[in-house]
Design a protein around this ligand. Structure first.
Ligand code: COA
Length: 455
C-alpha cells in the first residue's frame, strides 16, 4: 500500500466514529461489583493499598464512620512539615536537602549528615556532557514534563548498574536523580526556548556551594542574579512539594511500577507522567490560566459578588476551560485546610508587594474564600473543601519570574525525594507485585470468521 495516498485524517475520523459503542458505565455497576472507582471508598476516602513510614497526610478524623473535618497537617517521617519550614526560617537557611534526607533516611540529619548529603547532591548535579548534548539538546520538546520523563528513562543507558535494586544501589540512583533533575529541567527548558521560541539559549553550569533553589534560579536567569529572599521562597515551595503520602497518584504509580521489580528509571519516568496530569501536578498551571481568565472577565477584582458570579459560571461549565473545575480548590484528603497552601500563602505574601503581585494575591484569596459555598453542592459529604497547594504555587513561580513551562517540572524536581523514598520502601518492605482486579462485564461472544462478518 502507498501510505502517501491514504487520507489519514479521514480514516481516523471514521475509526473514531466507530469507537466506544457502549459509552460510560452506569455508576450502579461500580457499586454492584464492589469496585472502588478511583480506588476510593464510597465516602471519597482512599482504599488502604499499603502501609508506609514515609509520611502522613492528615486531613480528617473518623467518628462513628463519618469524616470529621480538621485542619490539615503533613508529616515527613513523623516530623510536621510546618516545623521544618519554621526552623529553617528562624535560622534563615535552606531546608530542601534536610527534608529530602529525612524522607530518604527516615530521621532528621545531624549537621555532619546534612553537610555530607548536600556535598553529594552537588556532586550529582554534574551530568555527563554527552547526556546533555545527545539526550536533551538533540531532541527538544515543547512540554518539559514529557522531556523530563524521557530524559530520566534515558539515564538507564548511562548507568553501569541500572537493574540492581539493592538498597545501596537504589540510594545511589536516588541521590543522583535528586541532584540531576533540576539541571536536566533547566537544560530542557533552554533547548525548548531555542528550538520552539527562537530565543537565545544559555547553559549556565551549576555553582558549587549553592542550594538546589539557588542553583535553579542561578542557572535559569541569564544574569545569574537572584536575591536571598527569592531563593528562600523557592526552597520553601520545594520543601512543601517534596512528598505527599503513598496514595498520591504519582507516588502510587511509582510504587506500582517498582513492585514489578523493574528499574528506578522506569518507575520515576512513569511517576513524572502521572504528575503531568491537570488533576495532579498540572493544576498549578491551570490555576494561573484561571486567574488570567477571571481578570479578563471580572471588572472589579475587589467585588466579591462579581467574582462569585463568575466562579459559578466556571463551575457550570459556561466559562473557564469548560471542565467545571475551579482549580486550586479541593483535595482527596484535606478538608478544612491544606497545610501546604496555608504556609505557601503566608510565605508568598512576603514578596507580593515588592514583586507587584498584590492584585493576583487578592484575587486568589477571593477564589479561596468564595468557592467552597459553590462547590459544596457537589461534595459527597459536608466535610468542606479548601484551597490546595496549587492555589498559590503558580503565583510564587510567577513572582520569581519562572516560566510557565516549568511550573509542573518544578513540582517533579521537588517530589523526586518522595518518589525515591517510596520506591526504596516498596523494595524493602513489600515483596509482592501490585495486581488489582477488574470485573469483566462482557458476556462471551462467538468468534465469527472474517469472511462471514457483515459491514
Ligand atoms: N471544582 C469543581 N468540582 C470539583 C472540585 C473543584 N475544584 N473539586 C472537586 N470537585 C468535584 C469532583 O470532580 C467530584 O465530582 P464528581 O463526583 O462529579 O466526579 C466531586 O466534586 C467530589 O470530589 P471529591 O471526592 O471531594 O474530590 P476528588 O478527590 O474526587 O478530587 C481533586 C480531588 C483535587 C482532583 C479535585 O478537587 C479537583 O479536581 N480539583 C481541581 C484541580 C486541582 O486543583 N488539583 C490540585 C490537586 S493538589
Amino acid at each position: 500500500m502507498n501510505y502517501q495516498t491514504v487520507d489519514i485524517e479521514k480514516e481516523f475520523k471514521y475509526l473514531a466514529d466507530r469507537y466506544n459503542p457502549d459509552g460510560e458505565f452506569d455508576a450502579k455497576l461500580y457499586t454492584m461489583s464492589n469496585a472502588k472507582r478511583g480506588l476510593r471508598n464510597a465516602d471519597g476516602t482512599g482504599i488502604v493499598a499499603g502501609i508506609t513510614r514515609i509520611s502522613n497526610v492528615h486531613g480528617y478524623l473518623i467518628n462513628e464512620y463519618e469524616r470529621v473535618p480538621v485542619d490539615g497537617e503533613l508529616f515527613y517521617r513523623g516530623v510536621n512539615v510546618a516545623d521544618i519550614v519554621a526552623a529553617c526560617s528562624k535560622e534563615d537557611r535552606f531546608g530542601y536537602d534536610e527534608a529530602s534526607w529525612l524522607l530518604l533516611f527516615g530521621e532528621l540529619p545531624t549537621r555532619d549528615d546534612l553537610e555530607l548529603y548536600s556535598r553529594l547532591i552537588q556532586k550529582c548535579r554534574q551530568i555527563p556532557n554527552d547526556f546533555i548534548d545527545d539526550v536533551i539538546m538533540r531532541n527538544p520538546c515543547r512540554d518539559i514534563m514529557n522531556k523530563l520523563a524521557r530524559s530520566v528513562l534515558s539515564l538507564y543507558a548511562y548507568d553501569e548498574d541500572p537493574d540492581n535494586t539493592s538498597e545501596v544501589n537504589s540510594l545511589r540512583q536516588s541521590m543522583e536523580l535528586i541532584g540531576r533533575l533540576p539541571v536536566m529541567m533547566v537544560a530542557a527548558y533552554q533547548a525548548k526556548r531555542r528550538a520552539f521560541d527562537y530565543e537565545s539559549m544559555f547553559l549556565h553550569m551549576p555553582l558549587v556551594g549553592l542550594s538546589t533553589a539557588e542553583n535553579i534560579l542561578s542557572t535559569l536567569r541569564a544574569d545569574r542574579q537572584f536575591t536571598h529572599e527569592e531563593a528562600l521562597l523557592l526552597d520553601r515551595c520545594m520543601i512543601l512539594h517534596a512528598e505527599h503520602g503513598g496514595g498520591n497518584n504519582s507516588a502510587f504509580v511509582c510504587r506500582a511500577v517498582t513492585s514489578s521489580g523493574t528499574d528506578i528509571y522506569s518507575a520515576i519516568s512513569a511517576a513524572i507522567g502521572a504528575l503531568k496530569g491537570p488533576r495532579h501536578g498540572g493544576a498549578n498551571l491551570k490555576v494561573c490560566d484561571m486567574l488570567d481568565d477571571i481578570k479578563e472577565h471580572v471588572r472589579d477584582i475587589r467585588d466579591d459578588d462579581e467574582i462569585r458570579n463568575y466562579l459559578v459560571k466556571i463551575f457550570n461549565r459556561e466559562a473557564g476551560d469548560g471542565t467545571g473545575l475551579i482549580y486550586g480548590m479541593g483535595h482527596a484528603v484535606y478538608t478544612r485546610s491544606d497545610p501546604r497552601a496555608v504556609i505557601l500563602k503566608r510565605e508568598a505574601e512576603k514578596l507580593v508587594d515588592e514583586k507587584g503581585f498584590r492584585d493576583d494575591f487578592t484575587l486568589l484569596d477571593a477564589v479561596e474564600r468564595l468557592s467552597p459555598s459553590i462547590l459544596n453542592a457537589k461534595m459527597i459529604d459536608d466535610t468542606g473543601i479548601c484551597a490546595n497547594v496549587d492555589m498559590y504555587s503558580g503565583l510564587v513561580y510567577r513572582m520569581l519570574g519562572i516560566p510557565r513551562e516549568l511550573f509542573t517540572p518544578l513540582f517533579a524536581v521537588s517530589r523526586m525525594a518522595g518518589w525515591c523514598a517510596h520506591r526504596l520502601e516498596e523494595i524493602q518492605t513489600c515483596h509482592r507485585i501490585m495486581r488489582p482486579a477488574y470485573r469483566p462485564l462482557t458476556k462471551s461472544v462467538e468468534y465469527v470468521p472474517l469472511d462471514e462478518r457483515k459491514n
